[in-house]
Design a protein around this ligand. Structure first.
Ligand code: MN3
Length: 203
């Protein structure tokens, strides 16, 4: 079964003014679509066609060498963006509650410190990449991880919970080179129920 570009749960205009509609449309219909197409092309005719994206990325070391780079990049790009759209919603933001809030407090002291650290990690990515809140399956704990390009935290045995895309295609039309402003605005869109569900599933 080929991987499919997921439909968004909201309109391209729905995340205005924090993320503009043209950026949303191009990001989804072109960038995410291209990762999806190129992932499918890379795994065509291989056993990977029968695997989930989670298993493919977690097992990246055993992917045949001739397609490993393409699978790492496009598979990561496919999965990262699936998580990205789901983790956002119109009128999102605020703070999480429940076990996720407790884990964040335990790891960072309080929510403000966590927000500051994830923002710094994302803004500090050199070139293109992502800032992530991750967990290790079964641990019940969370941490921050900056990843280059489209490399998924799953390739390092981690489960991604919440990620901010800091490729220029994610913000340049509206924010130009002001990545910190984009990251600050992104916090207003977080769908914490979605992030908490991902954390609960990994516990
Ligand atoms: Mn992107």
């Amino acid at each position: 079964m080929a991987f499919e570009l997921p439909k968004l749960d909201y309109a391209y205009t729905a995340l205005e003014p924090h993320i503009d509609s043209i950026t949303m449309e191009i990001h989804h219909t072109r960038h995410h679509n291209t990762y999806t197409t190129n992932l499918n092309n890379a795994i065509k005719g291989t056993d990977l066609e029968k695997k989930s994206i989670e298993d493919i990325l977690a097992g990246i070391a055993s992917v045949p060498e001739n397609i490993r780079g393409a699978v790492n990049f496009n598979g990561g790009g496919y999965d990262n963006h699936c998580i990205f759209w789901k983790s956002l919603k119109p009128q999102g933001g605020g703070e999480p509650s429940g076990p996720l809030a407790d884990a964040i407090k335990k790891a960072f002291g309080d929510f403000a410190k966590f927000k500051d650290e994830l923002s710094k990690a994302a803004v500090g990515v050199q070139g293109s990449g992502w800032g992530w809140l991750v967990t290790k399956k079964g641990s019940g704990t969370v941490s921050i991880k900056a990843m280059p390009n489209q490399t998924s935290p799953r390739t390092e045995g981690l489960t991604p919970l919440l990620g901010v895309d800091v490729w220029e295609h994610a913000y340049y039309l509206k924010y130009q080179n002001k990545r910190p402003d984009y990251v600050a605005a992104w916090w207003n869109l977080i769908n914490w129920a979605d992030v908490a569900a991902r954390f609960a599933a990994a516990k």
